[in-house]
Design a protein around this ligand. Structure first.
Ligand code: ATP
Length: 290
């Protein structure tokens, strides 16, 4: 990128916070890209399979009903955003080392490392340092433009990969931790909260996913298993609780067909209502944290 116009319009350059001339080009590109985004929200889970990607994608879709949102799929091993939005095989566009995110709607743009793999079934077999270098390059090259929110679907767990994502993005607004009501998942969430605390990343709240079953006919939510564990745990750990999302067969169908944004707009579904409530709680916590 040419030095002449690299900092044009960058809030960090305008405020004098960033001296582009001193940084290395990748660092500078990353800083510039991130400075254009108001709230950077990580979505974490202590273990795989609890619905982290589903929550990240639905939350991004719910926020994008009236604001400019980016969704970044930073899960190197299990990128699911291309499938969730029916974008597998999409060509990413760009020039001069910049990559443009893929528009899902005018307000929701997404980027996934999955777009850069040759085929969806291509496994990523990179070791630690190479993985982190790839992630860093990927994050610095995506051109998000001005966004109110960037939702980052992080790799699961509390190991090197989510750590690498947090360290690469730099200053984040905070993390949303996804869990299910089961005790094992809750144990893992305690680890995620401690992980965030060690990294001085604010916990914006816990989402209890797959909490009760939403009837596909009437939308009523039945508590088929234990509920409330996530809320109790959040209280014990002194972190906010953002809400419960029921098991909703409509969500799975919408995700499988890549119709998630349309499903989110149909206010009738129990999970769409639940995601709207989580969105509002998140906004409140973001404004009280800033
Ligand atoms: N609220 C829900 N209702 C119904 N199905 C759900 C719900 N949340 C997640 N699922 C389903 O559970 C499965 C796992 O979800 P998802 O891929 O989001 O989990 P994950 O935590 O991101 O997994 P990984 O960490 O392995 O990437 C998917 O098939 C998804 O459609």
């Amino acid at each position: 990128m040419s030095e002449e116009n690299a900092c044009d319009g960058c809030p960090s350059a305008a405020s004098g916070e960033c001296d582009g001339a001193q940084a290395d080009p990748q660092e500078m590109a990353l800083k510039c890209a991130m400075a254009r985004i108001r709230h950077k929200v990580l979505v974490l889970s202590g273990k795989g399979g609890v619905g982290k990607s589903t929550v990240a994608a639905n939350l991004a879709a719910a926020l994008s009903k009236d604001e400019r949102v980016g969704l970044l799929d930073a899960d190197l091993h299990g990128p699911s955003v291309p499938r969730l939005f029916n974008l597998s095989g999409s060509q990413v566009l760009g020039s001069e080392g910049r990559i443009l995110p893929v528009p899902v709607t005018p307000l929701l743009h997404v980027m996934s490392i999955g777009f850069l793999l040759e085929a969806p079934e291509t496994p990523v077999i990179w070791r630690g340092p190479r993985k982190l270098a790839a992630l860093r390059q990927f994050l610095s090259e995506v051109d998000w433009d001005e966004r109110e929110y960037l939702i980052v679907d992080c790799p699961p767990g509390t190991g090197d990969e989510p750590l690498g994502v947090i360290q690469t993005i730099g200053e984040v607004s905070g993390a949303v931790i996804v869990t299910t009501p089961q005790e094992l998942a809750l144990e893992d969430v305690r680890k995620s909260v401690s992980f965030c605390r060690q990294l001085e990343t604010p916990v914006l709240g816990v989402v209890e996913n797959m909490s009760g079953f939403a009837c596909p006919n009437c939308g009523e939510v039945s508590p088929i298993f234990e509920q409330g564990g996530g809320e109790e745990m959040a209280q014990q750990m002194n972190v906010p609780f953002l809400g419960r999302i029921p098991i909703d067969p409509g969500v799975v169908r919408a995700c499988d067909r890549g119709e998630l944004t349309r499903y989110q707009q149909s206010a009738g579904s129990a999970s769409a209502r639940a995601f709207d409530e989580v969105r509002e709680a998140l906004k409140r916590n973001l404004s009280s944290a800033s």
